[in-house]
Design a protein around this ligand. Structure first.
Ligand code: RFL
Length: 386
């Protein structure tokens, strides 16, 4: 069989791309390694930034994607227990993000694509990409046996551990990896959510609390990777750390239903293209969760790629040739923002000089209008100006 575009991966990048291509009348097939319920239940990001929301609005998908989603308002930063509120949308000139849990976004995009007659194949195993510099083919296997799809272009939207990036010869890619030396212990707990997204900063280390529904919160506690595994902490220790770091001695405990660790790493592969293969989202770059940009970058890549593929299939491939450069600009901008934010809120190795620098950053946010506006601008998401 054949298709204009084969999209590998049904995460935020692949599903955004598939929906935008569908709206443009481009025939695509989406291949997803996992089953539908796994994809629809995978919990990760929680915020769609203003720019990401605009992408869906422009595409006429806002009703499907954003229905009922609350807009973001204040961010509470507690420095050694003392609360400071940032009205991020007001500082960004009214550009608010939306609280859209990733699994909800994925569920909605998936439903919309299928309702529009989209071709999405779950449990596609052994996906392999062939002849990427000439006439691409994608092969895979499912319960019915092996399959082959001929196509004009392949979109590699299969995340950091997917098959697309490794299909590019190593000497064609430059990769950048950065280990921030910070670990997060994250727990999901039956505990009342905070009034606003909450981050605790101080000499005891970073902690955060975000709402996950009416009776649940996700908590984050900074730890030192290699030195210990906080998943072994008794729950009392976890709650004690959270109470101190969030400056909330009365923080009620609750049943902990999930425990994970996340090591803060950044990665970028350049270019985001090879022959007729184009990488989007985590397949090309990963970013620390500070600033909440991973999912939003995936959506922004998909938006640029959808327009570029549509133009190329209609005979003009200028935007496709520029695709990688355009997306890398935003990627590095966000990497810088995320690193800046990470350094402001974490106590890194107890180093007194870094602690004072972090304090200076924090104070500037609350005393300098231009600095606060620049922060909010990045939180809202940036339109690239050439
Ligand atoms: P995804 O979401 O990883 O989706 C890739 C899809 O490809 C499938 N796949 C394959 N399919 C076919 N063949 C193969 N060989 C395949 N290999 C993989 C996978 O099953 C999957 O369905 O990548 P995508 O679409 O690029 O989206 C990226 C985002 O998921 C990611 O950036 C964010 O989740 C990052 N992230 C956050 N981003 C934010 O914007 N805000 C946040 O608050 C935020 N919190 C987080 C996060 C990531 C986390 N993880 C990964 C540790 C919190 C966590 C804990």
């Amino acid at each position: 069989m054949s298709a204009d575009v084969v999209v590998v991966g049904a995460g935020p990048a692949g599903l955004t791309l598939a929906n935008l291509l569908q709206r443009n009348g481009i025939a695509c097939v989406v291949l997803e390694a996992r089953d539908r319920s796994y994809v629809e239940q995978r919990q990760r990001a929680g915020v769609l930034d203003h720019y990401g929301g605009q992408i869906f609005e422009r595409a006429g998908l806002a009703a499907e994607v954003l229905a009922g989603a609350p807009v973001e308002r204040f961010l509470e930063l507690r420095y050694e227990g003392k609360p400071h509120l940032l009205d991020v949308p007001a500082l960004a000139g009214g550009r608010a993000g939306w609280i859209v849990p990733q699994q909800m976004l994925v569920r909605r995009l998936l439903g919309t694509f299928l309702a529009g007659g989209g071709d999405l194949r779950f449990e596609a195993r052994e996906v392999a990409l062939h002849d990427l510099t000439s006439a691409p083919r994608v092969t895979y296997t499912d319960a019915a046996g092996p399959h082959e799809i001929e196509c004009s272009y392949v979109a590699g939207c299969d995340g950091f551990h997917g098959v697309s990036r490794p299909s590019i010869p190593e000497d064609e890619l430059t990769t950048y990896t950065f280990d921030h030396g910070i670990g997060w212990y994250t727990v999901l707990a039956d505990a009342p959510p905070p009034r606003y997204p909450l981050m605790g900063i101080g000499a005891n280390g970073f902690a955060a609390q975000f709402a996950r529904g009416p009776g649940a919160s996700r908590f984050y506690v900074q730890y030192r990777p290699g030195a210990e595994d906080p998943r072994a902490w008794p729950d009392d220790r976890t709650w004690a750390e959270l109470r101190v770091r969030l400056g909330d001695p009365g923080l009620p405990g609750g049943a902990i239903t999930d425990r994970e660790i996340v090591e803060m790493r950044s990665f970028v592969a350049e270019p985001m293209a090879y022959g007729k293969l184009f990488l989007a989202g985590d397949a090309a770059h990963i970013i620390t969760p500070m600033g909440a940009k991973g999912m939003n970058l995936a959506i922004a890549d998909a938006d640029v790629l959808a327009d570029a593929l549509t133009s190329a299939l209609r005979g003009d491939d200028a935007a496709l040739r520029a695709y990688s450069d355009v997306c890398l600009r935003r990627t590095w901008d966000y990497q810088d923002f995320s690193r800046w934010f990470t350094e402001m809120v974490h106590d890194i190795d107890g180093d007194p000089f870094r602690r004072r620098l972090a304090r200076a950053r924090f104070d500037r946010l609350f005393t300098n209008q231009a600095a606060a506006a620049a922060f909010a601008d990045m939180m809202a998401g940036v339109e690239l100006v050439s």
